[in-house]
Design a binder for this molecule. Structure first.
Ligand code: PLP
Length: 381
């Protein structure tokens, strides 16, 4: 049979997952694999070991892969690690933090929600007080990069408070792991959660959890769901050379192994983080030149995704702006902040500063509310 060429992508995804992936990653999905064959399970084992090495140089850590979108992995952790008598604190400042509290509500896990709103950092003094005042608390969860706004949360400071109080620390590092340098041992993270289609630049289909081995040993029998039982999934992978309990996303897994190769080839997380920072810098400077303002101050922003205020002009409509950009080969993200009108642009994926320069030119041509109708007439919208 003749090899089939990959279809052309109609646009670059400037969304933080799924994101623009390389042709070589997509190509890896064009073969089928058997879920109980050693060759496939060896790929899984290598992925697990490599994830641990990316998370920390220290020993004593392990990883588990879990089917589903990133939220399934968050739900797996929340539902599997907190004992029947346990209590969770969720430190939130956006949709993804609130989602952790929502998961706890669904699972009827007692919890406190410390919500700072969407444009402020976590209230560390309030966290310290809460931990001191309620001895029933066992676990604290926080989001690292809050993708709602692009805010980077101070997980080092949060972790110190959590550990001084002797609690277990859970971090949703979904949109930062692989794109921002961190050592989970130094940050005292017990359970770190991320997924295939964020900064490792794979395709969607599974998430992963990196945890202290000793913590994993403690959680047997706590799960509130069969298919999201973190301990059981881990035990199966440990005892059966990387075997998943139920059908694994084989194509996605093979693509992810290639994505890890490409992360190494780029120079590891430090080099990737440098590229993302460059993308972000070029984007923010260029957007400011075009008259756009960022939602967050410089020190709050992550190099992952950036929120910009929508133009105040009465003729501006996100949908029209989006369509004009899509016709020019770029897809951006609507805003997710409840109290400010914004749109978002992601910097992650197989995106380079030259792509951002082209994007800026396209945005300059798509500001239809500023231009005479003729300059954007070609669009037909
Ligand atoms: C992407 C993301 C998730 C998971 O979202 P899914 O749509 O379930 O993949 C969770 N938390 C954060 C911070 C994210 O960016």
């Amino acid at each position: 049979m003749k090899p089939i060429a990959l279809p052309d992508s109609p646009y670059l995804l400037l969304t933080p997952g799924p994101l623009t992936t390389t042709a070589s990653i997509k190509h890896k999905m064009m073969a089928d694999a058997c879920t109980w064959d050693d060759d496939y399970n060896n790929v899984v084992q290598q992925i697990r070991a490599r994830l641990v090495r990316l998370a920390t140089p220290q020993s004593g850590y392990t990883s588990v892969l879990m089917q589903g979108s990133g939220t399934a992995s968050v739900e797996s952790v929340i539902g599997s690690v907190i004992p029947g008598q346990g209590k969770l604190v969720v430190v939130a400042n956006g949709v993804y933090g609130q989602r952790i509290a929502q998961i706890a509500s669904y699972l009827r896990i007692p919890h406190h929600l410390l919500d700072a709103g969407e444009t402020a950092g976590p209230d560390l003094a309030a966290l310290e007080q809460l931990l001191a005042s309620d001895p029933a608390i066992t676990h604290v969860a926080v989001v690292h990069c809050e993708t709602t706004t692009g805010m980077l949360n101070p997980i080092e400071a949060v972790g110190k408070i959590v550990k001084d109080a002797g609690k277990i620390f859970i971090v949703d590092a979904m949109s930062s792991f692989g794109g921002i340098e961190m050592d989970m041992d130094q940050l005292q993270i017990d359970f770190l959660i991320s997924s295939a289609n964020k900064c490792i630049q794979g395709v969607p289909g599974f998430g992963f959890i990196i945890a202290k081995r000793s913590r994993m040993e403690e959680i047997k029998g706590r799960a509130r769901s069969l298919s999201l039982d973190l301990y059981d999934q881990w035990k199966c992978m440990e005892e059966h050379n990387g075997k998943w309990r139920f059908t694994s996303p084989t194509h996605v897994v093979r693509a992810f192994a290639q994505a890890l190769n490409e992360l190494d080839a780029e120079g590891g997380i430090a080099a990737r983080a440098g590229r993302y920072r460059n993308n972000h810098r070029v984007l923010v400077n260029g957007m400011r030149r075009l008259g756009f303002q960022t939602l967050l101050r410089g020190s709050q922003m992550s190099p992952i995704i950036t929120s910009f205020y929508s133009p105040a002009h009465p003729d501006y409509r996100f949908q029209r702006f989006y369509s004009l950009l899509k016709q020019r080969g770029f897809v951006i993200y609507p805003g997710k902040v409840s109290n400010a009108d914004c749109f978002r642009i992601g910097n992650i994926g197989n995106i380079h500063p030259a792509d951002i320069e082209r994007l800026l030119a396209a945005i300059g041509q798509s500001c239809y509310w500023e231009h005479k109708a003729s300059t954007v007439a070609a669009t037909g919208t």
